[in-house]
Design a protein around this ligand. Structure first.
Ligand SMILES: *[C@@H]1O[C@H](CO)[C@@H](O)[C@H](O)[C@H]1NC(C)=O
Ligand SMILES: *[C@@H]1O[C@H](CO)[C@@H](O)[C@H](O)[C@H]1NC(C)=O
Ligand SMILES: *[C@@H]1O[C@H](CO)[C@@H](O)[C@H](O)[C@H]1NC(C)=O
Ligand SMILES: *[C@@H]1O[C@H](CO)[C@@H](O)[C@H](O)[C@H]1NC(C)=O
Length: 531
């Protein structure tokens, strides 16, 4: 008894001591990845928690529209800094609702294009809000951050990183965003690397390569026109005055990418691009008792997990009925993420259970789960891969068509088009992924590859951030950063070689002409003599 308690207290002392030593060595890390909501924030916060467990001091910047994060127990050890928008928080939350509404109206793309200046102006104004808060800036400077971990999809995060931290590491939360990789100095050959939102694979037809190349130009144009607006903030705060805002991307020490080659297409990546795909996947926790009972009640048929994210609030009743009627025809039970009040039709169908929020990873990890039908977010994709669940993707926006392309190409499931969806199509597609054995076998094989890694994704992400604190990432700097676009595409070399070729051809032609004339003269001369 005494021995045991001595052992226990000894262990405690050692643990405390180790913890103390660990904290002594810990770095001071700043995270800025979105406003505090959505997959960009959630995945970065998971990395933050891992860094914290390793004894670092982690501070996360969020917006006052999502400040409730501060009191969530799962984030209790993180420090938060809250920035204020120039508009009321309700308006910021309304923007998300507005765009999800237009997704289901089918007008999302035209709305975004026609409102582009308004949308980019709003985001720029948020950045002004942040940089106008002198007290916040002062606190950030005083903290003397060793490194910042940012999602530069919002250029403001790069400015904050350069303002407040010695170095920064960037993060790509979506599936492969070729434009982001490109501005970070990755070779991104459009002959076989599909651009985001195209839904293409790495084997493209001629027409697809044409579209892919046009997308590159469009994205680069959007990128540069979008970013120019931040120059005022940059100069007002003396942030890297020698560089343009677009050149700040070149200062990222690393780019952590949320993909894994168990699933991602084979594409070239530079040493400073670190794949950490599957940050949100992990072992399933047990379900709450009533949910477990519901799942068990499905018997051998099992369950289908269905979620269209938060968008579902804006689904029209007719569309809801299409899904509900399909589920009514299936023997499986369906767990449906549904925000708001479900319409009456759902009460009439006994095998549907709606929930406002799903413990998605835990449900996917349950051995009664037969299929996962969802809108195609990157995190859900890797959770399904982790637990070897076949998927049906219903892509709506952003990188979701790309997720669908990966799922189909790799054979881990199927996809459905929301614009032409019918009850029959849903029934057939779900039956196919559940009953045709090759889907389950393929996803099991891919999952085994995904699990055969030396570290969990969050550990790998944390490891590389620590690496940058210790050594920096400059030794891996991409030479592409120092090339102009015509040098990168070797257009100057091609032009030079063409010129040489032309000179040689002209030389040969003139030499021949000259030789011919000489011969002629000699021949004519001879002829004259013999005459
Ligand atoms: C967090 O909790 C504290 C104390 O319970 C409270 O004073 C504060 O207003 C809460 N903050 C937010 C953003 O909810
Ligand atoms: C786009 O602008 C129009 C009119 O200016 C407005 O009615 C609509 O709500 C806007 N849509 C989005 C997604 O901002
Ligand atoms: C952690 O960072 C915060 C800045 O957000 C700072 O106020 C605090 O003193 C730091 N703590 C340690 C132990 O370094
Ligand atoms: C499913 O999991 C339960 C525990 O949650 C276990 O008792 C059961 O044996 C598992 N079934 C199969 C087929 O693996």
């Amino acid at each position: 008894m005494i021995a045991v308690s001595t052992m226990t207290s000894l262990t405690t002392v050692i643990v405390v001591l180790l913890g103390f030593l660990h904290i002594g060595e810990g770095g001071n890390i700043l995270i800025f990845s979105g406003y505090g909501e959505g997959s960009h924030f959630l995945t970065a916060a998971l990395v933050g928690k891992e860094l914290m467990h390793r004894g670092h001091n982690v501070t996360v910047i969020i917006s006052n529209a999502y400040e409730h994060r501060v009191n969530e127990t799962k984030y209790k050890d993180l420090n938060f800094e809250i920035f204020k928008h120039n508009v009321p928080p309700e308006e910021v939350r309304m923007r998300v609702e507005r765009s999800t509404e237009s997704i289901f109206k089918g007008t999302w793309f035209t709305d975004v294009i026609s409102n582009l200046t308004t949308l980019t102006g709003e985001i720029l104004d948020d950045c002004n809000g942040l940089f106008n808060d002198k007290a916040l800036l002062q606190r950030l400077l005083q903290a003397k951050f060793d490194v910042a971990f940012v999602d530069p999809i919002w250029p403001c995060s790069l400015l904050v990183a350069e303002y407040a931290a010695k170095r920064h590491v960037s993060f790509m939360a979506t599936t492969w965003m070729n434009n982001m990789a490109r501005v970070n100095g990755n070779p991104s050959n459009t002959a076989f690397v599909p651009e985001m939102s195209t839904g293409f694979t790495n084997k493209m037809t001629f027409i697809q390569r044409v579209i892919n190349s046009i997308m590159v130009m469009l994205q680069m144009w959007l990128h540069f026109s979008f970013i120019d607006g931040y120059t005022n903030i940059q100069h007002a705060h003396g942030i890297c005055p020698d560089l343009q805002v677009s050149e700040l991307y070149k200062r990222s020490q690393l780019l952590l990418v949320n993909v894994d080659f168990a699933l991602e297409f084979s594409i070239p990546i530079m040493p400073h691009l670190i794949p950490v795909g599957g940050l949100s996947s992990g072992q399933a926790n047990s379900l709450t008792q009533d949910l477990e009972e519901y799942v068990q009640s499905s018997g051998d048929a099992g369950i289908i997990v269905f979620s269209l994210g938060t968008y579902v609030t804006y689904m029209k009743e007719e569309l809801i009925a299409v899904f509900a009627n399909a589920f009514a025809k299936l023997p499986q039970k369906v767990i449906w993420q549904f925000r708001g009040t479900p319409p009456a039709i759902l009460d009439k169908i006994p095998n549907i259970k709606t929930m406002e929020w799903l413990p998605q990873n835990d449900l996917l990890g349950h051995n009664k789960t037969r299929a996962f039908m969802y809108q195609g977010g990157n995190n859900g994709l890797y959770e399904a891969l982790y637990h070897a669940v076949p998927v049906v993707v219903i892509p709506l926006i952003g990188d979701q068509p790309d997720v669908a392309a990966r799922v189909m190409t790799r054979g881990m499931g199927l996809s459905l088009d929301i614009m032409t969806i019918t009850t029959e199509k849903i029934v057939d597609t779900l039956n196919a992924v559940i009953h045709e054995k090759h889907y389950k076998e393929t996803v099991k094989r891919m999952s085994a590859i995904f699990h055969d890694r030396p570290m969990r994704p969050v550990e790998k992400a944390a490891f590389w951030i620590e690496h940058v604190i210790k050594h920096g990432g400059e030794y891996m700097r991409s030479p592409i950063h120092d090339l102009t676009w015509y040098q990168y595409y070797l257009l100057d070399v091609v032009a030079f070689l063409l010129l040489v070729l032309v000179v040689v051809i002209v030389f040969i032609v003139y030499s021949c002409k000259f030789a011919f004339r000489c011969c002629k003269r000699v021949l004519v001369g001879k002829k004259a003599k013999t005459d």
